[in-house]
Design a binder for this molecule. Structure first.
Ligand SMILES: [Zn+2]
Length: 492
């Protein structure tokens, strides 16, 4: 029996096909062939194949979908499904949790059922793959296809009863098994929501190669995330703020591994191509109501190279800079860390860096709600390398030119401690004229504070601007970052 699965151009299903390949490749009685745009397999020895396939499903169900949790007081262990898995629990068996979905509850029966009819042609048309089939094994539901209510082409599916049941056995198989794909990146926020990140790669071979690498080297599952980082010689789950910081943390860990593995061999260009740029994230609410959100995340290819270059220099943009950032706020009880603003700042910096939006990145540093960002010395060093690789180098400036910007930033910060509006105005400048106006005002204020303005640094900045007039906004953004940093130091 030979089965051919062409590409779906659907992120859940295509990851599902690649995952099916990973299972069947290790199963007995079946020959597999993965091509860029399709996956073929041929069952040579049906009895052996079914037995070994079922065993694989059971193993993956127990090791990937379920986790063991120990009750701290009673020391009792219980098995829980990961919070993002959209499959209901069935009635407990021997005190252990089981899944209601038949492929996981009784895989032997369901797999036999599927492979009895999988190649039969009939008059029904599958809503996912569009192929004709004879008999279905189940209806379309979130356990098969989590995006069921969200995909445009499937709009109204909940009301169109007929279409809702039109699902071929092969799509059922691919869709339900994707839940035990260990290559899905997830992060769970207890009592709030979970999200999963799926690579969007419309080439099975590339998808397989990238995913296999990170499955074997970077990810290891726990209840709340499968990205762990080293902390005092231990690997612990990284409590990233949201989707972009999770991706950045993942990229950094992955590229670090690539870097250590192929030291000296990997070029800037090939490092960039090692990780996927296009992702989809699904946000799944906590609790029973499962109306999920999903969105595309496009990552700029260029920033991968920057992360990699920094790693080669043992500098970590996420680990040493973004995750070390804290946001302090004055409250009636004294200055305390504002956790929401801390997370928001970390998430925004990750997001705008990955999206290559330097304007919004620099704007994130602007003081908000009478609070201030705290960045330690080591983190400032990483930031300096980051802005150099990300911006200055591209404009053709030297690292020393950053000293000019820092020096003017110091002046802006000094004046801003007396009148913060000037810093906001500088940030908001939308033309080079507006920029010069606000800088002139800052110089005047400086003189009225009876502090000498370092004419040298201002002249240096004017020179930089004149040299790269088309990049004036980039230079302004750099100035905003350093003005904010000195502002925070001065207002400590
Ligand atoms: Zn189908």
């Amino acid at each position: 029996m030979k089965i051919e699965i062409p590409m779906f151009h659907d992120v859940w299903m295509d990851n599902g096909v690649e995952h099916l390949y990973r299972i069947l490749k290790e199963s007995d009685g079946v020959k597999t062939n993965l091509l860029s745009n399709k996956f073929e397999f041929e069952i040579i020895d049906k009895e052996n194949f079914l037995k070994s396939f079922v065993k694989k499903i059971e193993e993956k169900r127990d090791s990937v979908i379920f986790i063991e949790e120990k009750n701290e007081t009673t020391n009792e262990k219980r098995n829980l499904k990961k919070d993002f898995v959209l499959i209901q629990y069935g009635k407990k068996v021997d005190g252990r949790n089981v899944l209601k979905e038949k492929i996981y509850l009784n895989p032997e029966e369901r797999i036999n059922e599927i492979f009895d009819i999988i190649n039969e042609n009939g008059n029904n048309k599958c809503i996912i793959c569009g192929k004709n089939y004879k008999k279905r094994v189940d209806n379309l539901k979130q356990a098969v296809y989590p995006l069921v209510t969200k995909i445009k082409s499937l709009n109204g599916i909940r009301s169109t009863r007929e279409q809702y049941v039109e699902l071929c056995p092969l799509c059922y198989l691919i869709g339900t098994l994707e839940w035990c794909d260990e290559g899905i990146i997830y992060r769970v926020f207890p009592k709030s929501h979970s999200f999963v990140l799926l690579p969007k790669v419309y080439d099975f071979k590339t998808l397989y190669e990238s995913k296999s690498k990170w499955i074997n080297t970077v990810l290891s599952g726990e209840r709340f995330s499968n990205i762990k980082v080293s902390k005092n010689n231990y690997e612990e789950v990284e409590w990233t703020s949201s989707e972009y910081s999770t991706l950045l943390c993942f990229f950094e860990k992955f590229l670090n591994w690539v870097c250590l593995e192929d030291e000296g061999l990997m070029s800037f260009e090939s490092a960039k191509s090692e990780v996927c740029e296009d992702w989809v994230y699904m946000s799944i609410p906590w609790g029973m109501v499962k109306n999920i959100k999903f969105e595309d995340l496009d990552i700029e290819n260029e920033v991968m190279g920057i992360i990699y270059e920094l790693i080669k220099d043992e500098k970590y943009v996420y680990g040493d800079f973004i995750k070390k950032i804290l946001y302090f706020r004055k409250t009636p009880n004294g200055t305390t860390i504002d956790n929401d603003l801390t997370n928001q700042t970390r998430e925004n910096l990750s997001k705008y860096f990955l999206m290559d939006d330097f304007n919004k990145f620099s704007n994130t540093f602007i003081p908000r709600k009478k609070g201030r960002i705290s960045i330690n010395k080591e983190s400032r060093g990483v930031l300096e390398n980051l802005v150099y690789l990300w911006r200055l180098q591209k404009m053709g400036f030297e690292k020393e030119d950053l000293e000019t910007i820092k020096s003017v930033g110091n002046i802006v910060a000094e004046v801003s401690t007396k009148s913060i509006g000037l810093l906001y105005r500088l940030d908001k400048a939308r033309s080079i004229e507006e920029f010069w106006n606000s800088l002139r005002e800052i110089s005047r204020k400086m003189i009225s504070l009876e502090k000498p303005v370092k004419a040298k640094s201002i002249n240096g900045l004017i020179e930089m601007m004149n040299e790269k007039r088309e990049n004036w906004e980039e230079i302004k953004n750099l100035l905003v970052i350093y003005s904010c940093m000195y502002y925070y130091i001065k207002t400590l």
